[in-house]
Design a protein around this ligand. Structure first.
Ligand SMILES: Nc1ncnc2c1ncn2[C@@H]1O[C@H](COP(=O)(O)OP(=O)(O)O)[C@@H](O)[C@H]1O
Ligand SMILES: [Mg+2]
Length: 306
């Protein structure tokens, strides 16, 4: 999204979108699949994301979670099946196009510039201008107000974003997406690298985003993080759905049991093996995203700020 749009009023359910059960879902995948050459990364996935709901996508490494969010975020088209946004079939050619339809993705390794102030990162690529100059005062104030509206009280939005904790950085990214008018917020394992307390903080902002009427897609492999905040749960295993539940259809213990599946040792060795590849993958896809979104560091805009 290239222009700041102000914030949507705090609502539990955006009336025009409905809540997925009674109205048109914000996002709908029907029998969606994705092949990479001979590899079937995703097969026959059905999914709905309603306004004011959190849809959790659970699965182990290699389950197809990243592939699924890449389809929704506009990085890949599904090889089979269909993808609808607010009832209309779409075929995005870039993440920017998805963003223009209100679909924002917050990646685990956030594309932030550690040494730049919080407000500067908040507006990166969407700077507010007054004539030829950046309106720094306005951006500082909007950033502080938006963070406060999400319940984040930063003493100083001028501090480098690198001084914030991982959880706080996730929260800034969430409030940024809300500020720029996201309808759907995709969070890729936002709690995976965090401790218990920081995870709790991020879970709280997931609930905040839901209460402001967004449809949240929360990717995680931790059922203990998913269950308290989720309204729907899609479980993936080797690219296929092994369950799609509304909250009243499944207990936390059942969810944990479904996730545990194989033996823990097998899981551990698999995780160790794929960790290296996943890190490299993420780096590559982040680079592509940053380029795609045109939010790379711009030297002239920067000197402007000083
Ligand atoms: N670009 C790609 N080329 C070939 N295979 C891929 C590619 N991306 C993912 N895969 C494969 O698709 C499957 C699902 O991967 P992924 O969506 O990354 O799972 P997750 O995010 O749940 O760990 C894995 O078997 C993975 O090796
Ligand atoms: Mg992944």
């Amino acid at each position: 999204m290239s222009t700041p749009q102000g914030t949507p009023a705090g609502k539990h359910h955006a009336p025009e979108a409905g809540n997925g059960r009674s109205g048109v879902p914000l996002v709908r995948l029907v029998n969606a699949g994705k092949r990479y050459g001979a590899v079937i990364a995703l097969h026959d996935i059905n999914m709905e994301v309603g306004a004011g709901e959190v849809t959790c996508v659970l699965g182990d490494n290699g389950a197809g979670k990243s592939t699924l969010i890449k389809i929704i975020a506009g990085l890949h088209a599904p090889s089979t099946g269909s993808y609808e946004v607010e009832g209309t079939p779409v075929s995005f050619s870039s993440p920017r196009e998805a963003l223009e339809h209100g679909i924002a993705t917050v990646y685990q390794d956030l594309a932030v510039v550690a040494l730049m102030p919080v407000w500067r990162n908040f507006f990166l690529g969407n700077e507010v201008r007054k004539g030829p100059r950046m309106d720094i005062g306005a951006m500082r104030k909007m950033c502080k107000d938006e963070l406060l509206a999400m319940g984040i009280d930063l003493r100083d939005v001028d501090q480098p974003i690198g001084t914030l904790s991982g959880g706080e950085r996730q929260c800034v990214a969430i409030s940024r997406a809300v500020h720029f008018g996201a309808k759907v917020l995709i969070l890729d394992e936002p709690t995976a690298a965090l401790g218990v307390k920081q995870s709790g903080v991020v879970l709280k902002y997931i609930v905040q985003a839901r209460e402001r009427g967004l449809g949240v897609i929360f990717i995680t492999h931790n059922p203990h993080h998913a269950y308290p905040v989720g309204d729907r749960f899609l479980l993936l295993n080797r690219g296929a759905s092994i369950g799609n539940y509304e909250k009243n259809q499944v207990t936390r213990d059942e969810l944990t049991g479904l996730m545990a599946g194989g033996s823990e040792l097998e899981q551990l060795s698999h995780e160790l093996e794929s960790a290296g590849g996943a890190v490299a993958d993420l780096g590559r896809s982040m680079e592509a995203d940053v380029e795609e979104l045109g939010i790379s560091h711009q030297p002239d805009a920067e000197s402007d700020a000083r």
